[in-house]
Write a protein that binds this ligand. Structure first.
Ligand code: ZN
Length: 262
């Protein structure tokens, strides 16, 4: 199932996106879910053409846990070794934006870059000190993410909170796919329709159950929390006016425009 969160004339809802996404958004509809999308969902009976609603970030996480250097080629492009354990950092929930929202370049940085990533969304009951099997059961689904990064501040600060944490630096979407094998998906980033990043999730250093288990031994993962699983090689600059798209096979395309924050 493809789970979206969307704004419609009556408010905001979760919904199931139905129809053939490969044929473009024109034939897609969204069926409104009553309440949260977890567990056995019930539908309200309301339905819209996707073109008649506005997609929002598909989830509002309590936290976004990110994994650095989880693809060997990307670690190498920054002259770094692959870590012996997952390298964790956080993005604040206020960094999250949805498909079509603007990435806002802050005046503090001269070098903001894209990082296309597969995002994992945690479902009930969450995960705390989970082994691999419990970790796998805690997965609700997958979506596309862009781990937008102020690369100059990442270098100069010595730690990554500011570089990774600006408002709008965590686009998520367009929706969550709940039935997907994540073990060998193509992760692609395009800027103005030019391919910048092209990797496969099979090249992750630590796989998804290993990441969830590792993180859950540090902090409890709540339903709705999001894990960004690292970026493949090819990260590069974003400038005002760019259109950046993260495309993952089996999920879809997350597109955002880039603007200057005055
Ligand atoms: Zn990243």
């Amino acid at each position: 199932m493809r789970i979206a969160r969307f704004a419609h004339p009556g408010g905001m809802s979760f919904g199931a996106v139905e129809g053939n996404a490969a044929a473009g958004s024109s034939g897609l509809t969204v069926a409104e879910i009553d309440g949260l999308p977890f567990g056995q969902v019930t539908f309200t009976g309301q339905r819209w053409a996707l073109a008649d609603v506005r997609l929002l970030s598909p989830i509002l996480p309590s936290k976004v846990v990110c994994v650095g250097r989880n693809y060997a080629e990307h670690a190498a492009e920054h002259g770094a070794q692959v870590p012996s354990e997952p390298l964790l950092f956080l993005k604040p929930s206020t960094a999250v934006i949805g498909p079509g929202d603007a990435i806002r370049l802050p005046p503090q940085s001269k070098q903001v870059e894209h990082e296309a990533e597969l995002a994992v969304v945690i479902g009930p009951p969450g995960a705390r000190r989970a082994d691999r099997e419990q970790a796998a059961r805690a997965i609700f689904g997958y979506t596309c993410a862009n781990d937008v990064t102020a690369r100059d501040l990442q270098r100069s600060d010595g730690q990554w909170t500011r570089a990774k944490g600006f408002d709008s630096f965590c686009p998520l979407g367009p929706w969550i796919v709940t039935d997907l094998d994540p073990s060998d998906l193509e992760v692609r980033c395009e800027v103005n329709e030019e391919v910048r990043q092209l990797g496969r999730t099979k090249d992750m250093v630590f796989d998804i159950p290993a990441l969830i288990s590792y993180i859950s031994h540090v902090m409890t993962l709540l339903p709705g929390d999001v894990i960004l699983t690292g970026t493949p090689a090819g990260v590069g600059p974003l400038t005002a006016g760019d259109k950046v798209a993260v495309r993952i096979t089996g999920i879809g395309t997350l597109s955002n425009q880039v603007v200057t924050l005055d």
